[in-house]
Design a protein around this ligand. Structure first.
Ligand SMILES: [Zn+2]
Ligand SMILES: [Zn+2]
Length: 506
């Protein structure tokens, strides 16, 4: 402050500061007041249940009044997809699908807003509260860069393979060729394994299609679609080292006083074979069978129906030092207290809570896939009735009209999902880049738009009709890591700006 500043200025400043603090104080008082109000209301509705145990989905908008004050402040990072889910639930109801299908493919169905005005009001409230509380979905790693690099290096080290131990949760680092020998040793046992001529996924799928045709009358169209049209991935075979069964390792452990042991290839180490096929050819059929068989499970003597049923199985008396392990102590405690006998039995202090594990080194470094560093390739699915096979461009790369060569980030076929694709005019080779959650659906839509000008919403359909004489080629080249539409659209935009395909211009 300059010398000329007299007492007057200081007075003025003091005044300003005081006004400022006054405002701040009033503001915090108002916040406190509204918080108290909220808690009062909360207590009225829920008594003294702990705040966190009530999830927002249990709260419904009062249909008769549409009272939006019922909505609680809560952060919803993805309110858009949540809104869609809510409308879908209203649209389809909570139980089976409207046509009676037990299973079906996920679709990009977006029910129109404003079917139910109370629901819309609820959605609006959610959006407003969510926007003030945006949570960044990209959580920063808490590891320093150098350690992240080391982990990457270990992951990509082709000379070793890292697996969890079959029992005990230890981590085992093996020479890759040693692991390979053990796996092959296992697979060469003709009693349990049979050598196949090539991949059987396609023939299994055609058997499933035959089966569906045979029982066509018993399945809805959506169920048939669910069973037939999905991205088949061949199951992985891997082995977990049974270090607890190896005498050589056990002896070594006993004579060793450290966090880890190092041992030359033990001759008596065996592996437990695991076949993991989360999207193998029969997975969908198994899921449907599971749904069909579930109602019959109650006939099995060892069946436990629900929490109360479970309580009936708990013995009247157990030894004093019995330990009860609960999957989620907080959620389970009220259930246990429903039973008088358990209430006396369960002492809170003796409960061991178990949680889902956070990502750790073991999870980061062990994986089912035996990396063979295959080059990603686009292939036809081979289904004789597939409408996409004939349009699909195959191979490990594609050259755009501009001369740019694009290579797919993953191997894909007609049934691939959540992809960015390039559609090409067969006459002039001009390109169009788009995104879709299901490639076969997108090909269908493009075909419809080419046939019917009234439903066209992209300029490329007109071009394919006129210049391509109603034909186009399609090449998926980027497989998304998520089913979410928003990042997919962002990626699509990124590629459009990168490659500037002629047919994306309006
Ligand atoms: Zn196909
Ligand atoms: Zn053309």
């Amino acid at each position: 402050m300059k010398k000329r500043s007299s007492g007057k200025i200081q007075e003025k400043l003091l005044e300003l500061w005081q006004a400022d603090t006054q405002r701040e104080q009033e503001k915090s008082e108002r916040i406190l007041e509204s918080k108290n109000e909220w808690f009062d209301k909360y207590e009225e509705n829920y008594g003294n249940e702990p705040v966190k145990s009530i999830s927002p989905k249990k709260r419904k908008v009062d249909k008769s009044t549409g009272n939006k004050n019922n909505t609680r402040r809560q952060s919803f990072p993805r309110s858009r997809s949540r809104s869609r889910k809510l409308r879908l639930r209203e649209f389809f109801g909570n139980t089976n699908y409207e046509d009676g299908s037990l299973v079906r493919n996920k679709k990009g169905t977006n029910p129109q807003p404003n079917r139910d005005k109370h629901l819309e009001e609820y959605i609006n409230c959610l959006k407003q509260t969510a926007n003030t509380n945006i949570v960044d979905s990209h959580v920063k790693s808490n590891l320093p860069k150098s350690q992240q690099k080391t982990i990457k290096k270990l992951q990509n080290d082709e000379s070793i393979i890292i697996k969890e131990a079959d029992k005990g949760g230890g981590i085992v680092i093996m020479d890759k060729d040693h692991y390979k020998d053990m796996v092959l040793n296992q697979l060469e046992d003709g009693l349990f394994y049979q050598k196949l001529n090539g991949n059987r996924d396609k023939s299994t799928m055609s058997k499933i299609r035959k089966l569906i045709k045979e029982y066509s009358d018993n399945l809805t169209d959506k169920e048939k679609d669910y069973l037939k049209n999905f991205e088949v991935k061949t199951s992985n075979f891997y082995g977990l080292p049974k270090i607890h069964k190896s005498k050589e390792i056990q002896d070594h452990v006993e004579n060793c006083d450290s966090m880890y042991i190092k041992i030359n290839r033990p001759t008596d180490l065996k592996i437990r074979p695991i076949i993991a096929g989360p999207s193998c050819s029969t997975q969908r059929l198994s899921n449907l069978l599971d749904i069909l068989l579930k109602p019959l499970c109650i006939k099995v003597p060892s069946f436990v129906r629900d929490d109360m049923d479970f309580l009936n199985y708990i013995p009247d008396r157990v030894p004093l030092d019995t330990i009860l392990i609960l999957n989620s102590a907080k959620g389970f405690l009220p259930i246990l207290h429903k039973s008088e006998k358990m209430k006396d039995l369960v002492d809170k202090s003796q409960l061991i809570g178990s949680r889902r594990q956070a990502p750790n080194l073991k999870k980061l470094l062990t994986r089912a896939q035996f990396s063979t560093q295959k080059v990603a390739e686009i292939q036809k699915c081979g289904d004789p009735r597939c409408g996409t096979c004939e349009m699909l461009e195959v191979g490990q790369s594609k050259t755009l009209k501009s001369g740019t060569v694009i290579k797919p980030n993953k191997s894909m076929n007609c049934k691939s999902e959540n992809v960015i694709y390039c559609a090409t005019c067969p006459t002039c080779n001009k390109n169009y880049i788009g995104q879709t959650n299901r490639l076969i659906d997108r090909v269908r839509v493009h075909k419809q738009q080419i046939k019917d000008p009234s439903i066209r919403n992209s300029p490329c359909s007109e071009h394919f009709d006129r210049c391509g004489k109603g034909k186009f080629k399609i090449y998926p080249f980027f497989k998304m890591w998520t089913e979410d539409k928003i990042p997919r659209e962002a990626k699509e935009q990124y590629f459009i700006e990168l490659y500037k395909p002629a047919l994306n211009r309006k």
